[in-house]
Every structure is written in structure tokens, then in C-alpha cells.
Design a protein around this ligand. Structure first.
Ligand SMILES: [Zn+2]
Length: 226
């Protein structure tokens, strides 16, 4: 038996893991229509899917490896990329926000309809705003959150190009240091974690909470918290 892997270290190569997670997230409706994406930090750098591709059909050789030393907002150093003419994800500067500002180990970007509706419910004019929820067991899936706490997630306004979200997402992250997610009005959500397991757990928990609050509103039940 080989040496025990470090906690939550993937048991498979990261490009394979990204492809597997993309297929799972496609089934949840998070990355349909080529939208959304996943990025994971590995010992060699930052792994990221290409832009504008069918996320459920990604192959490990399509995944980019970027230097985590890159400092420019709109440029990046590609350590290893696919041989085909694919472009690195439009979400790159947003993913780097989580790596630089929060020392994240992985970032998930979902176009889930529940995230879109939750943002619309709390910011009907398109943001900025704040999603609020309270008293749900699944809040325990989020870092530092108990089921009776009040969860507040920032909502930022959408922009014509994904990369134009970089500054407002960064500001929201600074304003909500205890929250590992930013909702984008009319668009979706960015969620990160210290590693891919925590990022996935939090992304699933957030999606559940967004759905629970949206459905509560539809049923005429109280939504949100204090
Ligand atoms: Zn997007």
C-alpha cells in the first residue's frame, strides 16, 4: 500500500476529476449550454476548463494548467494547454479572485436556475443586494455556519463580459469575509473552498438553500431571516 494521501487529495489526476465533476454538475443543470465551470489548484498550478465548450463532454487533455504566480488581471501564464485551439475559461479572473483573496483550493461556477431565481428574489432590479436565509439544516454544510444562524450572501450586478465581474466580486468578497460565495444577478453563483471537497459540499449546500428559499416564496411561506 502506498503512502496515505493528504486530506482530500484527489485519488485521480486533477484533469480527470474536473471532467467527472463537470459531468455531475451538468446533470444538476449547473453547467448547461457551455456555461459555468470548475477550477482546482494542484501542486503544479491551477487547473481550469476551456471557455465555451460542452462541459459534460470535456476530456482530461482539454484542461488547462495555469501558473498560480500570474499577477495580471487579464493575462495568465499557461503552463500546459490543449493542443486544439481552445481558449482558457472566461471565468479565469473570477477563479483567481478566490485563489488570491481567500487562498482557495478549488472554485465552482454554476449557472443553476436556483441561484438565478434566488438573486432575482432578493435583488429584483439586478443587484447589488443580499440573499438571506435562516433556520435550515443544510446551512451546516457551509463554513462556520449553524442551522439557526442567519446566512447572508452578497449579490453583485451582472456585466456583459464575465471578466468584467472581477472588481465587484472582489469587493463583495472583502465585505463578506465569512461567506464563500458570491451570487451574480441573472447569471449564477461562484462558490469556493479550501479544497475541491469543501468547494463541492458548499456549492451543493448553497444550491439547496437557494432552492429552498425560492420554493418557500412560491408556496407563500416565510422566506429569508431577520
Ligand atoms: Zn458564468
Amino acid at each position: 500500500m502506498s503512502a496515505a494521501p493528504r486530506d482530500n487529495a484527489p485519488s485521480q489526476p486533477i484533469p480527470e476529476l474536473i471532467c467527472e465533476l463537470c459531468r455531475l454538475f451538468y446533470q444538476l443543470g449547473w453547467v448547461s449550454g457551455t456555461g459555468g465551470g470548475i477550477s482546482i489548484r494542484g501542486p503544479e498550478g491551477i487547473y481550469m476548463a476551456p471557455s465555451g465548450v460542452q462541459k459534460e463532454r470535456l476530456r482530461p487533455e482539454d484542461i488547462f494548467l495555469l501558473s498560480d504566480q500570474a499577477t495580471g488581471e487579464h493575462d495568465c501564464e499557461v503552463v500546459r494547454g490543449p493542443a486544439t485551439g481552445l481558449k482558457v475559461s472566461e471565468c479565469r479572473p473570477l477563479f483567481f479572485n478566490a485563489y488570491r483573496l481567500r487562498d482557495a483550493g478549488a472554485v465552482m461556477h454554476s449557472h443553476s436556475v436556483w441561484a438565478v431565481l434566488a438573486a432575482r428574489l432578493f435583488a429584483p432590479q439586478g443587484g447589488p443586494g443580499e440573499f438571506v436565509c435562516q433556520g435550515l439544516e443544510m446551512q451546516k454544510g457551509l463554513r462556520g455556519m449553524g442551522c439557526f444562524d442567519t446566512l447572508r450572501v452578497p449579490i453583485i450586478a451582472n456585466t456583459p463580459r464575465e471578466s468584467q465581474l472581477t472588481a465587484s466580486m472582489g469587493e463583495a468578497m472583502q465585505a463578506y469575509p465569512d461567506v464563500d460565495a458570491v451570487l451574480v444577478a441573472g447569471h449564477g453563483v461562484y462558490v469556493w473552498g479550501r479544497d475541491w471537497v469543501q468547494a463541492k459540499t458548499q456549492a451543493e449546500s448553497y444550491d439547496y438553500l437557494f432552492r429552498a428559499v425560492v420554493e418557500s416564496h412560491r408556496l407563500g411561506l416565510p422566506v429569508g431571516g431577520a
